[in-house]
Design a protein around this ligand. Sequence first.
Ligand SMILES: [Zn+2]
Length: 608
Amino acid sequence: MAPGRFLWKHTLLQRAMMAAAFFFAGSVPFVPSIAAQAPPSRPAAPSAPKAPARPKLVVLLVVDQMRGDYVDKFLGQWTGGLKRLVEEGAWFRDAAYPYAATETCVGHATISTGAFPSTHGMVANAWWDHKEQKMIACTSDPDPSMKNIGYAGATPIGADTAWRMEIPSFAEELKFQTSGATRIVSFSLKARAAITMAGHKADAATWFDSGAWVTSSPYRTQPFIEEQAKSHPAKADFGKTWSLSLQETAYWYGEKALGAVPPDGWGLTFPHPLRGKTGVGEPDNTFYEQWASSPYADTALTELAEKAVDALKLGNSNGTDFLAVSYSSVDLVGHEFGPRSREIQDILVRLDKDLGNLFAHLDQKVGRGNYVVALSADHGVVPIPEDMQSTGADAGVLHLPEVQERIEKALESFNYAKPAVARIAGSDIYFSPGVYEKLQADSNAMNAVFEAVRTAPGVAAVYRAEELRDRPATSQSSNQSPAHRAFAYSYFPGRSGDLFILPKPYWLLDGTPLGKPRSYGTGHGVPYNYDQHVPVLLMGFGIQPGQYFQSITPADIAPTLAALCGITLSSRDGHVLAEALKKPTEARFPTQPARPKPAPASAPNTNP
Ligand SMILES: [Zn+2]
């Protein structure tokens, strides 16, 4: 350990002791006697580094549904923050989630904790609750003392907290393990993103619900958010139009994305007006859907982040502050228009500008080099099936209600009460109470179920819960397929299903009731690279710029930030991206006077 680092830790200990003395003593000022007992710190060596030992601010940015290849494809058109991250930062070009459940709640919890869902327990955006016999959101909190709280007079329903997240976030650990001076602030349009990035408690965790900014009981409310919610509400964007921001020739794809399902009030081509259902009058729910699917929502989140830096003076306290923003709109646009769309290309051009503004603000208020940024995504997305089919490839829609019907039918001759299946949610098949236990003891019925699922159009394989338990994914000697390992990394007892469907590549898992049209273009949530491969970009304090090609996962982000901040996380699922960290400079180590070389044995003894 470098001596400079030891000294730093020492003074921190003294500070902590003083703080503790104040706390226990109430108004009795006996601090000096405690402080006096601490051994005097050694004077710093003249060669000690001037730079702070830790970043002043950690900035975590998540772009919801940003595929890894968007950086490769669109980098040439960026001039702002995304370009700066690539040019001044460390770009990991082969980053991918190793698990199956590539969804928002799961990805954000993985980035924030440095653990996989089998550890942090956020296995999906929503799962079937065996006890309640209903679907529950990953953030839903049944504790009656918990409630959501609206800014600017809004009255949101429900309660969303991080109580189902089994381990603390990096930000919580940072606050807990250092002097406690850390402020934790997060923003997103989605509760499941803002909450998982912040953790169980925070100075602010804010999301958007039905036209209003919202938080909940475990998080503090902030006057600057109230002010922003009143002075520049989302409805101020009513009447604006999202038009192409580059020359038409700059776009990779045609003006209509094949198979796209735009939000109400929008056509298949630009421009997209933000005028709600009727086009006149007051903002309605349709307007807020349009707004959330537009670059204006990204700009609103960026403004909130900048206000947080100013109002709380983030990056100017004794500790390391934490600011997180999850940009949700790319996800909505991707679901509607697919990855091969002008809409995706254009919203990233706008986001690049927003991030350029955010970094310029941080340079000014925190200081270039004093903060570290990590940018990633929670998952990617599969091309719209109809679009993929146009290439002649095997692609399609795997209708989950059809799978459910097949299972019920297969069990008719085995005397199982209907419905045998309680729910199919994404890949997870949940049976009604007692049914799966019965199937485990009834191999003929189990085989019939397997046969029924495996022969449904678009199904590649089926896995059983007992194959995934006890985390076999981590076993070095395991010879399972990558897909099997991926389902094991996602498996959490009591929350995951009984059986798991692996679709064929480019087959979309779809829960739309049979006979109804799909209300979206495409989706994500399976263990294929188009859903798993995401960007990981690090920039700023302690980061060695460059392009890195080794295979990593977004669970490596939190351990890397932890190494920069000198703290320890509970999980070792992720690892430190040591190759992208600057090595300590020579100046950190006091130089020893050079030793004289020993004389060669054959040399004559010249001593007197
Ligand atoms: Zn999504």
